[in-house]
Design a protein around this ligand. Structure first.
Ligand SMILES: Nc1ncnc2c1ncn2[C@@H]1O[C@H](COP(=O)(O)OP(=O)(O)O)[C@@H](O)[C@H]1O
Ligand SMILES: [Mg+2]
Length: 248
């Protein structure tokens, strides 16, 4: 759970993103604390991917991005994506960044020895297999032969090997069987309990609300509601639109 005070790992201030002059995202402040899972939810086109891409420094379709992105007190705002990743801000994107022509083993071998900050945990392959035993069973299979859930696990495993301070996931549950959705989302709780800051983008609010500490609801690129997940469960904007509740 969260503790108050200065345990903020990832923070963005005055974040604005525009595509061809049209504002797609405008957020005054968003933060993720150590040991916390923050859920960011919203309908298709609400700006969820735009948010995590802007935080990670990825420019899909040349957006104009302004605002400040801080990671453990370091200003990343002017850094390109690879430097932000090196600093420990990692995004598992939609599509998961897995090499289809490489085996699971090879996907997890190409990453060794990037940086060695003592206050970060760089998973090794054995630790990834411990987290996701399924991957170890599939270690000699090609990335392209994996199921959606296995690819998702591999994408998360690769990010963990890069020593995240903050881990962001863009719709990890998409296309997964219901049983795997809860496996993958529960893994976010496990990772947060080790002190990681996790930002989880999900359209599957019903599944996400059980694992996140706090929820932020985006509509048309703006935060329209946020709060602890227990309180948000009863927020009419969440309950009616995403949980299918007509009354309580
Ligand atoms: N490369 C792009 N060029 C122009 N508009 C884009 C681009 N990517 C996203 N948008 C627009 O920005 C808004 C937010 O999109 P996105 O962040 O992908 O939403 P979500 O991930 O919540 O479904 C949408 O209106 C979308 O059409
Ligand atoms: Mg998206």
């Amino acid at each position: 759970m969260t503790d108050p005070g200065d345990s903020i790992v990832l923070q963005a201030n005055g974040l604005r993103v525009a595509y061809a002059g049209n504002t797609a995202l405008s957020i005054d402040q968003i933060e993720v604390r150590r040991g916390e899972v923050l859920g960011v939810v919203g309908a298709n086109g609400a700006g969820k991917s735009t948010l995590v891409n802007a935080l990670a420094g990825w420019s899909r379709g040349s957006p104009r991005v302004s605002g400040q992105v801080m990671l453990d007190g370091v200003d990343l705002s002017t850094m390109p994506a690879h430097d932000r990743a090196r600093a420990g801000l990692l995004l598992v994107p939609e599509g998961k960044l897995v090499f289809g022509e490489m085996t699971v083993d090879e996907n997890l071998s190409s990453l060794v020895g990037m940086s060695q900050d003592a206050d970060r945990r760089f998973y090794d392959r054995a630790a990834v297999f411990e987290l996701f035993p399924r991957l170890s069973e599939r270690r000699n299979h090609l990335g392209s032969q994996l199921s959606g859930g296995e690819r998702q696990m591999l994408g998360i495993g690769r990010a963990l090997m890069l020593g995240p301070r903050a881990l962001m996931l863009d719709e990890p549950s998409i296309g997964l069987a219901p049983r795997l959705v809860s496996t993958v989302l529960q893994t976010m709780r496990t990772l947060a309990s080790t002190g990681l800051a996790v930002l989880l983008v999900e359209q599957n609010v019903r599944a996400a609300i059980d694992v996140v500490d706090r929820l932020v609801l985006l509509e048309r690129g703006r935060v329209v509601a946020q709060g602890p997940s227990d309180a948000m469960r009863n927020d009419p904007r969440i309950a009616q639109a995403y949980l299918g509740a007509s009354s309580t």
